[in-house]
Design a protein around this ligand. Sequence first.
Ligand SMILES: O=C(O)CCC(=O)C(=O)O
Ligand SMILES: [Fe+2]
Length: 200
Amino acid sequence: MLSLFPISPDQNLLPYDGEVFYYADFFTAQQSHEFLRILTDEIPWKHDEVVIFGKVIQTLRKVAWYADYEKPYTYSGRTKIGLPWTPTLLLIKSAIEKKAKIAFNGGLMNYYHDGNEGASWHADNEKTIIPNSCIASVSFGAARKFEFKHKQTEEKVSVTLAPGSLLLMQGTTQTHWIHALPKSKKIMEPRLNLTFRQMI
Ligand SMILES: O=C(O)CCC(=O)C(=O)O
Ligand SMILES: [Fe+2]
């Protein structure tokens, strides 16, 4: 849903049980364009594999996992070894670290070819993530709706993630809320999303 007023960056988007901060113009339109072009080419995007009821299923969206010194990361029942950071990713990571005032040592990157691809409801609360740490999500390409749902009350909060935006999810967000990137038939353009994380 479009809001008449820009969301204040200092305003917590969640009403309770977590903290989510949104910065619409973290990167300029020109930077976003460049990062989309470079990262689309330089990241070795691969379909994700998830284990559902013991079966390995390939997801439509493509992913890549980066980390400091080849840290293994267990996610959706699969263990992955991180790729070494590229200069472009390090540039983005350091800009975000300055804003969030913390250091990230891992990142799950997502590539959605168009609105037929999304991310289903989940919380990023794997054992390999530092509990209640900050997850920083950067978006380039198509603007997409991103939703939060409280695990008990089922209250929903949604935000449109614009190209060049930064979303910080922190505090108890992953304990009490799940999130999703809903599919939308109207969206024809690709979207690239980088989620920087703090791993144990
Ligand atoms: O694409 C997004 O905005 C979110 C992806 C996500 O939730 C994740 O990588 O855990
Ligand atoms: Fe997530």
